[in-house]
Design a protein around this ligand. Structure first.
Ligand SMILES: [Fe+2]
Ligand SMILES: [Fe+2]
Length: 469
């Protein structure tokens, strides 16, 4: 990217035309990774996809601002030829995870890096300095992302299919001009169940899952407790990524929030894996659960793929469950530190900081979908939780009918846990500061306290977890 002597560099309009294509490729890359994270069997791939989805989305955002800066003075809009959409949606149509990895890391990343390098060579190094500086910071990240991606699969890809992509690459500048915001494609599939590695063992549907009797003092139960937490990180990563992928017409800021959260969950997964390893356990030592993805993907009253379905996912996972995480983590941090588990306390302390943002994002976007009407938020949350709870109860009933001995064993484990705590129910104190920082209203807080899921410090005690509704 040396500023060699030459007769003419690109004009601002040409620079903007190049930048908007780069922004589009980055945005489309984030979109593809968001759609595929849940379909990748390997956990490593999910972590890589979530982190890179976020990075690509952030690069796209910086480029988009730069494009807007170049187009503002002339009230013009830089557009992307529809050929780009045809090309990149074909990558998304990969017939298998290994072929997707080959297309993204053996083909798309090198093309993207070459486009960045071409921009650096052709643009005016003084007139378009902000873009040149951005590209200088992007290229090393892209190179390391490509290497990470290549490590996921050794397959070189299907030749005929890669040939189709090559042909579409040659046609990329054809077709109608599209605005950056409207140039993505709709979801190509529905994915109602999260993919796990071949041969994975799962907790049976309707069972109470892993039941650590003493998750504080017993080493194996501490491992089981962390294993459950790890599954929550992965399933949330997957659900947030799909929320972005399945709703490309939501606002740009929504996708940034979803990408950030997917990436946060990936970091949480890495930290919890580290805690497990320090105790001699690995992910897969206990049965997996994917209920926080599979059980929150679709709801009978919501048309598949609808905004209401998206709203219910956010209300339950982000504003309800992650709200409870804000409460529980604050309690766990103090408790774990008090019993000498400083490493768990420190990890949970980091997770808590992110969890407040996740709840905040869920509150923001669910309110946005309900025209900022607080009563509608409460009413929709109540309906969503009632539907979710009713379904869980039905699954529980069938499990108990078919597995009486196992169900009795579960009750015994719960009873034993209670005895070890001196007969007390698990602590669920409300974290009022955390909830306030996340943006919960008095009405939101009263709702969760009234349902019995959290004990209000201001006086209202938590009863048993009565199903709301
Ligand atoms: Fe998390
Ligand atoms: Fe979270």
């Amino acid at each position: 990217m040396s500023a060699r002597r030459r007769s003419a560099f690109w004009s601002p309009a040409q620079a903007a035309a190049s930048l908007v294509q780069l922004a589009y490729v980055e945005r489309a890359l984030a979109h593809i990774l968001a759609g595929w994270a849940v379909k990748m069997p390997a956990f490593d791939a999910k972590l890589v996809f979530a982190a890179q989805m976020h990075r690509a989305m952030e690069r796209a955002s910086l480029l988009r601002s730069r494009v807007n800066g170049l187009c503002h003075a002339t009230a013009s809009e830089a557009t992307v030829p529809a050929g780009w959409r045809t090309l990149l949606s074909q990558v998304d149509r990969a017939p298998a995870p290994s072929l997707l990895v080959a297309a993204v890391y053996r083909w798309l990343y090198p093309q993207l890096m070459a486009l960045y390098e071409a921009h650096g060579r052709e643009t005016d190094p003084d007139g378009d300095r902000p873009s040149v500086d951005l590209i200088r910071t992007f290229l090393p990240s892209l190179e390391s992302e490509r290497r990470q991606g290549l490590a996921l699969s050794a397959k070189r890809g299907d030749r005929a299919w890669l040939h189709t992509i090559e042909e579409l690459w040659n046609m990329r500048q054809s077709g109608d001009p599209l605005s950056l915001e409207s140039a993505l494609w709709g979801p190509l599939d529905r994915v109602p169940a999260a993919t796990r590695p071949a041969g994975a063992r799962f907790c049976p549907q309707g069972s109470l899952g892993l039941l650590p009797v003493d998750p504080v003092h017993d080493p194996r139960d501490v491992g089981m407790f962390l294993h459950k937490e790890l599954d929550e990180e992965y399933t949330t990563l997957e659900l947030m990524a799909r929320n972005s992928y399945e709703h490309p017409d939501m606002a740009w800021a929504f996708h940034r929030d979803m990408a950030r959260q997917a990436c946060d969950e990936a970091r949480h997964a890495v930290m919890i894996t580290r805690l497990l390893a320090a105790r001699g356990f690995r992910h897969g030592d206990f049965a997996f659960t994917t209920s926080s993805y599979d059980g929150l993907y679709a709801f009978e009253p919501c048309p598949p793929g609808s905004r209401r379905e998206l709203l219910w996912r956010m209300l339950i996972r982000q504003t309800f469950m992650e709200g409870l995480a804000v409460d529980n983590l604050a309690y766990e941090i103090d408790h774990r530190r008090a019993v000498g588990q400083g490493d768990i306390a420190a990890v949970f302390d980091y997770i808590l900081r992110d969890e407040v943002f996740h709840a905040q994002s869920g509150l923001r976007w669910s309110r946005e979908l309900l025209a900022c009407d607080p009563q509608s938020v409460l009413a929709e949350r109540e309906q969503a939780i009632a539907c979710f709870t009713a379904r869980a109860e039905a699954a529980r009933e069938s499990y108990v009918m078919a597995n009486l001995d196992e169900a009795m064993g579960e009750l015994t484990a719960i009873q034993e846990g209670r005895e070890r705590r001196g007969g007390k129910l698990p602590e669920r104190p409300l974290n009022r500061t955390g909830r306030r920082q996340a943006g919960y209203t008095d009405g939101d807080i009263l709702q969760v306290v009234t349902w019995g899921y959290a004990r209000d410090d201001a006086g209202q005690p938590a009863g048993p977890s009565a199903p709301p509704g």
